[in-house]
Design a protein around this ligand. Structure first.
Ligand SMILES: Nc1ncnc2c1ncn2[C@@H]1O[C@H](COP(=O)(O)OP(=O)(O)OP(=O)(O)O)[C@@H](O)[C@H]1O
Ligand SMILES: [Mg+2]
Length: 284
């Protein structure tokens, strides 16, 4: 890979830069010479079939697994033994299975642990804990034991654990998969709201939900440990070759546009569900 190209990418304020990263748990290669960059302030969806290496990649991002080869830069810091704590103070991950994340005896202790790790003064903690629990609708569960919460409630607490440190990079590994549709929408709205308040917040959401991915700034497709594609959702999901080769599910609006085009309707990239509705009404 051309080194000068990466230098430019780093100087252009990337939140994350991955260079020639390879990793295997044993002999088997799970990530194979992966390179890509994510600009600061972007909401990226990372898609890929089960076992394609998404969670593994996320763990490598913050040094929870050691790479076999390659480099990772978080902002302008290279991930290594000296920088890993600093990086984890700015980049946080909500795991696919929240049970693996809980440390505290109560929800409050658990959220507090995120802050203790980051040396937040004790007298400032309580207000921050209540605020983050409130954001995810768990303020009345602060004295409960995380192990005895429902799957969706656990995910909410895991998200509060992450939000309380006000990260610059938020990595969500299927973090809303157990939430009911209303709860999922609330959390995604909350994250969009946080991005509005802090435009440099970068979100990397590992998801199987193509409707969520469609609303992202960018989509990355991981296939068998390699980057298959990276681009704007509209470009990725309308690329028929890509969709067929990687057996991608397609967002509803793209399928609808395809259908309408096949019926002879004049449809453009800019059309929204509302404008398509109006066009359909005018046909009658
Ligand atoms: N701790 C581990 N030890 C050995 N192999 C593992 C371990 N964790 C994951 N793997 C293997 O690595 C591969 C990638 O797993 P990973 O969890 O990264 O996939 P994923 O893309 O996140 O999948 P999913 O969509 O199911 O969450 C899989 O083949 C999996 O079996
Ligand atoms: Mg996974």
């Amino acid at each position: 890979m051309n080194k000068s190209k990466y230098k430019c990418i780093i100087n252009c304020m990337n939140a994350l830069t991955v260079k020639n990263l390879s990793f295997g748990y044993n002999e088997e290669i799970i990530l194979d010479d992966v390179s890509f960059a994510i600009k600061e302030g972007t909401y990226v969806s990372l898609l890929g079939h089960n076992g394609s290496g998404k969670s593994t990649l996320a763990k490598l991002f913050i040094g929870l697994l050691p790479a076999n080869s390659g480099q990772i830069f978080v902002s302008d810091l290279e991930l290594n033994k000296d920088n890993v704590t600093k990086i984890r103070n700015n980049a946080t991950i909500v795991f696919q299975n929240p049970d693996n994340q809980f440390i505290g005896v109560t929800v409050e202790d658990d959220i507090a642990f995120s802050l203790e790790n980051r040396n937040v003064p004790r007298k400032e903690m309580r207000a921050l804990i209540i605020e983050s629990a409130r954001k995810v609708g768990m303020e009345s569960f602060l004295t409960k034991e995380p192990a005895y919460l429902s799957g969706g409630q656990k995910q909410r607490v895991a998200i509060a654990d992450a939000l309380v440190i006000n990260p610059q990079i938020l990595i969500l590994d299927e973090a809303t998969s157990m939430l009911d549709p209303k709860g999922k929408k609330e959390i995604l709205d909350l994250i969009r709201e946080m991005k509005k308040e802090n435009p440099s917040l970068t979100v990397i959401s590992i998801t199987h939900d193509v409707e969520e991915a469609y609303l992202s700034d960018e989509v990355i497709i991981l296939d068998k440990g390699k980057i298959a594609a990276q681009g704007k959702p509209d470009d990725i999901f309308t690329d028929k070759e890509l969709v067929s080769k990687y057996e991608l599910a397609v967002p509803f609006i793209i399928s609808l546009k395809d259908k309408l085009i096949s019926l002879g309707m004049d449809v453009s990239k800019e059309d929204t569900l509302e404008s398509l509705g109006e066009k359909i009404c005018q046909l009658k």
